[in-house]
Design a protein around this ligand. Structure first.
Ligand code: COA
Length: 158
């Protein structure tokens, strides 16, 4: 596996990973109605690509195929962390989060934070994040459930 910055041609592959991660992996924790609202067929590919380009996105690639991606901003906020179900539980998200930690430090952030799904919560807890708030965002008219989670950038033993 290699990690590299998002390239101009990565829009379709990252969108596919996003949709599959929700429709297969997160579908274990969310209802079909919630999955349809989150991984919507209405996501505009051009808008998606523009947002990824603007978001300091990093992709994980295996044999030339995008299998996951994340991002981080100067405050240490991780907006996206998605791994293709075919590559689940192989350490892809862990490698991407390590990149986010290093990058957030370089950017001068004090902490890492995210809005974690029900599905991602155990992953983030394993990596030292704690829940500070529960949210019920409404997406395309459907209520979902996620958690604001935070962790210090430097953890004992890191
Ligand atoms: C959450 C997600 C990114 C994890 O990706 P991943 O590459 O499979 O994670 P890793 O292989 O690095 O997992 C490392 C550890 O985290 C924990 N973990 C990961 N997924 C877990 C799960 N579904 N349930 C419990 N623990 C989990 C485990 O301790 C795992 O170690 P192990 O496999 O040795 O037991 C992935 O499941 C995903 O894309 N989910 C759907 C989309 C989503 O909810 N994204 C986050 C939006 S906030």
């Amino acid at each position: 596996m290699i990690l590299r910055p998002y390239g101009v041609d990565d829009g379709p592959a990252t969108l596919e990973v996003f949709l599959r991660a929700i429709r297969v992996t997160a579908a274990q924790d969310y209802s079909p109605e919630q999955v349809a609202a989150w991984a919507s067929d209405e996501i505009d590919p051009a808008g998606w690509a523009a947002r990824r380009r603007a978001s300091r996105t990093q992709v994980a690639e295996v044999d030339g195929r995008v299998v996951g991606f994340t991002d981080v901003d100067e405050h240490g906020y991780v907006d996206m962390l998605f791994v293709d179900p075919a590559s689940a539980r192989q350490g892809v998200a862990t490698a991407l989060l390590d990149w986010a930690v290093t990058t957030a430090r370089e950017l001068g952030a004090d902490e890492l934070s995210t809005h974690a799904s029900l599905t991602a919560r155990p992953f983030f807890e394993k990596h030292g994040f704690v829940v500070v708030e529960e949210h019920q965002p409404v997406l395309r008219g459907v209520t979902l459930r996620n958690f604001v989670m935070r962790r210090a950038l430097d953890l004992p033993g890191d």
